[in-house]
Every structure is written in C-alpha cells, then in structure tokens.
Design a protein around this ligand. Structure first.
Ligand SMILES: C[S@@+](CC[C@H](N)C(=O)[O-])C[C@H]1O[C@@H](n2cnc3c(N)ncnc32)[C@H](O)[C@@H]1O
Length: 311
C-alpha cells in the first residue's frame, strides 16, 4: 500500500503539473471551492508529493506562499563522485547519480533556486539552508540580494570528517536560518524542552538546545543502500520542532535520499520535494511508499517507533 497520497510517478506529472486542481487556490495551500449546492474542500496535488526534475522549473509551478518551512541541503559544488567511498563506506552500496553544479555556475544557480524558494514561502515561514564553507559566500550574497533576513548562523558539528595531513579536518557544516518577515516568522521556543527543564548539569535544557552550535551525529546505515550526503533525522526533527507545527507544509527542493520528506511525514507535517537524479528520486520514493527507514545507531525500540510512525 502506498503510504503517500499524490506521489507523482516518475516523469508523469499530474495533468496540471503541480498547480492546484482548484483555480481558486492560486495563493496558499488552503483550497476551498464552492461546488454544486455546497462547500467542497479540495486539496492541491502538490501536497505530500515528490517529483523528478530540476527544482527551479518545478518550484515555478507551485503557487506563491504555499510553504511553511524549507529545509534543504543544496549541492556544494564539490566532487562527490570522487568522495563516494569516504567515511569507510562500501562504494557499491552508495547510490550513484548525484548531480553537482559547476563552480562557475554556482552563484547563478543559487540565485535561481533561492528566488523560487522565497516566492513559495509564506510570510510566517522560514528556511534552513545547509552549506559547506567553500560556497557560503554565494549563498549569503543570494540571501541578501533577495531581501531575506538571516536570523541565525548555525554550525552543525558532525563526527568523522575526512582525515587530512596538511590542513585541519573539516568537521562542520554551516546552516543558515533565514526568514522573509522577522516579525511574522514562527518560532516555538519550548517545543523540545519546558521552560523550567534542566539538563544534566543543572543548566537550562531549552537554553542548551537553542545554542547555535549543534553537535549531532551522522547516521551510518551499515549494510544498507545509501546516498553520499544523507542528513541525520535528529537535525531535521529539531528544525521541524522549533519552526513548524503539525500539518505545516515542508519543502525540500534537493531531496537526495528523501530524508527531509521522510522525517517531515514521520513528524506529522505535509511535504513537497524535488530531485533531479533518477536514482535518488527512486530511492526517496521507495522510502516514502514502503515506510522503510533504517537507523543502526539507535536502539531497536526507537527504530521500531520510527518505522511504525512512518507506516
Ligand atoms: C546534498 S544532496 C541532498 C541530500 C539530502 N539532504 C539528504 O538528506 O539525502 C543535494 C541533492 O540535490 C540534487 N540536485 C542537484 N541539482 C538539482 C536540481 N537542479 N534540482 C533538484 N535536485 C538537484 C542532487 O542530485 C543531490 O541529490
């Protein structure tokens, strides 16, 4: 049984592309139309849907202001094909197909996708955008020139960077927390810890959790199929908790393994996603439809809970 509604089969767009089936729903997700003799509530095709293709083209088919939260990890313009066996991975289990951007095209590419992402974002919405340090300046320029506000510059510290002998080991990513309207944006300060909750050292748990350096472990899926750059579920959960509510619409224009859509679904959010590489799109679709999620690092109890939540 397919666990997603309106999942578009590869290459087969809905008759109207991603446009809402109800023309009255051009602005925003709430699509309500009068039908013969009464009120009929309809739902746009693009909700709980992922599509294969270029995200700039596909986002252009979405109506303005229909997304509550963007969580995304665009290509970094580095050679992942060369790095696919890094981190002690068995190369044959790492799915090929990752689509990279040429260095010289990176600024124009960033401007193009960010313009579309900003257009579809609600005024109360926000974005979390991951970046390596090598092209961070392109992203910051694109954010500023689109009139977006950078609220926080989060550092994600992960374990096991690539070993070096002539320079320091890169063991962090940047993640920019960005919004359209700083007064309107959603932020739920006690979503994960109560105001009075203490951490192990008698300090404030919510304060500690809201510091802007996040030490979160990567997940290793030993023996399972994987893509080279999968985000840990925990980092996505944290962003969802602070910056969205149940039922909100979460967009990831660069799905990769589908992790943002999968975790959003597990956490009771609606999702929209795009991926240009057919192998990755198929992988993400398979995960969403089958409800399969594998985390070796977690206890069996948690893995079962996550499996059940997705099904
Ligand atoms: C860094 S990865 C995303 C990883 C993802 N966050 C995950 O957890 O698996 C970037 C992805 O963007 C895809 N991509 C590159 N250009 C694209 C485009 N124009 N439209 C859609 N996807 C694109 C790549 O194929 C790659 O899978």
């Amino acid at each position: 049984m397919a666990t997603t509604r309106n999942v578009n089969v590869r290459g087969a767009a809905s008759p109207n592309g991603l446009a809402p089936s109800d023309p009255s729903a051009v602005d925003g997700c709430a699509a309500e139309s009068a039908a013969a003799g009464g009120q009929l509530r309809t739902e746009p095709d693009y909700l709980d849907s992922i599509r294969l293709g270029d995200c700039v083209t596909l986002m252009a088919e979405l109506p303005p202001r229909c997304v509550d939260l963007v969580i995304t990890d665009p290509p970094f313009a580095i050679d992942f094909k060369a790095a696919r066996t890094n981190y002690n991975r068995t190369g044959s289990r790492v799915i090929d197909g990752y689509s990279e951007i040429e260095e010289n095209d990176y600024q124009a590419f960033t401007n193009a996708w960010l313009s579309q992402a900003a257009r579809v974002l609600k005024d109360s919405g926000s974005m979390y955008i991951f970046s390596g340090w090598n092209h961070l300046k392109d992203l910051l320029i694109a954010i500023d020139s689109r009139g977006l506000t950078t609220v926080n510059h989060v550092i994600w510290k992960y374990q096991f960077g690539v070993v070096t002998t002539r320079k320091y080991v890169t063991s962090h990513y940047h993640c920019l927390y960005v919004c359209k309207d700083d007064a309107a944006r959603k932020f739920r300060p006690y979503a994960r810890f109560d105001k009075d909750a203490k951490n192990g050292h008698s300090g404030s748990a919510h304060y500690k959790d809201k510091e802007d350096v996040w030490e979160i472990k990567r997940e290793y899926w030993h023996g399972d199929l994987k893509t080279p750059t999968k985000l840990p579920a925990e980092i996505i959960r944290k962003m969802l908790a602070y910056s969205s509510d149940e039922g909100d619409v979460v967009l990831d224009p660069f799905l990769g393994s589908g992790q943002v859509a999968v975790v959003s679904k597990m956490e009771g959010r609606r999702y929209i996603g795009f991926e240009i590489a057919p192998e990755y799109y198929d992988f993400a679709l398979d995960r969403l439809e089958s409800g399969r999620y594998r985390i070796k690092e977690q206890s069996a109890g948690n893995a079962d809970r996550e499996q059940a939540a997705l099904l």
